[in-house]
Design a protein around this ligand. Sequence first.
Ligand code: EPZ
Length: 432
Amino acid sequence: MDKIKIRGGKVLEGKIHISGAKNAALPLICASLLTDETVTLTNMPMLSDIKAMNLLLTQLGTQIDEFDDFIDGHPAKTYAYRTKEAVSLIAPYDYVRKMRASYYVLGPLLARYGKCELSLPGGCAIGARPMDIHLSSLEQMGAKIEIKNGYIFADVKGRLKGTHIIFPGVSVGATCNILMAAVLAEGRTVLENAAKEPEIGDLANLLNAMGAKIEGIGTSVLTIDGVEKLHGAKHKVIADRIEAGSYAVAAAITRGKIELINALPWTLKRPLQVLKDMGVRVTENENSIVIDAKGCTLTGQDIMTEPFPGFPTDLQAQFLALMLTAEGASMVTETIFENRFMHVPELLRMGANINVHGHASAIVRGVKKLSGAPVMATDLRASFALILAGLVAEGETTVNRVYHLDRGYEKLEEKLKSVGADIERIKEGDEE
Ligand code: EPZ
């Protein structure tokens, strides 16, 4: 397994290009299953999760053509997806256990073929992450759902029926899945208490470009009038707000100055406000954000994760790392997942002062210095928090299990090196 080695103490300065959003690309790929025509996605990030999803769709019968592209000043991938006819309607355990977002094939396959067999994703490091909202909503649309031998057997006679659904909880995944189910359903579907993350808007925009009839994009009430058939389309993936927020913290924690090219300020309002409240200078341009913390003394701030437009849970670990270097105390409260403080024990080994209460909150007190150490990555965003701490710690930090990072951060060490970080990837077996 590769490792990443960082020598802390460098002030990061320069520009970083933000890639297309992983959490938009994954449902966008599955939306291509809804038509027998070609769906072309540009500005796609080069991530292992995208490769995994492409493998799954190939298994279902999708033809995928891959092109190297150059979008908005940075290399990206363009993929053309075409599912003339599915050869399988099964998402096997081996795929789903590696990437839970495989469950995004459920809505489209049920909508187009009236049938899908999906391995239950099971829990993951950050929580149980059940699918009850996905499944109960599909049942309200007329699907028969049976769970046997760790698989979901879903089918519907004829078409899914449009209906009025009030989600019992705000769920990004359920909103995406039901949106994709509703676009080919018979009649009107109203989704209340829908998630409003920008990635859902990106999916809805692609679906409408394919001929769907979705209204209320960006609000918590989505109205979908089902159509008989959808056609192909071309769509550029929205910029990754979590990647942008992660590198914004890299600038702030090293007291440097980084321009985040292609980042969209409207997708990061709450995190940018927290940075401003801490004393960071933030400049919001139309297609970039400048984070300037040069010479700043930062003060701790309380953060609480909430559904969009609240503070994103996917930036909690990164901001907690930032609070380690701020003056005073910060209360970090996690309300979305039940086990999302796994970065804490590793940060404590680097000399942090953090006290976790139960599962939901941690009090962080700024310390004068952190010391480099070998640390273990556990989940995607917690791993980035360890990288951030390594950027400011005295001495050398080695982050193990880097495969977590490769799921969600494209060319991570190249991007950080380009702004002055002393960072290198040690390929497995290359160690001296
Ligand atoms: C998406 O996960 C993201 N993943 C997550 O990002 C992100 O943290 C999360 O949304 C919240 O923003 C992708 O987009 C691929 P949810 P998702 O359904 O859809 C509970 C990353 O690092 N819930 O909004 O699984 C659930 O357990 C990843 O990129 C149910 O109880 O999140 C959680 O507590 C990590 N029943 C809460 O809702 C359900 O049927 C929010 O989950 C569905 C969800």
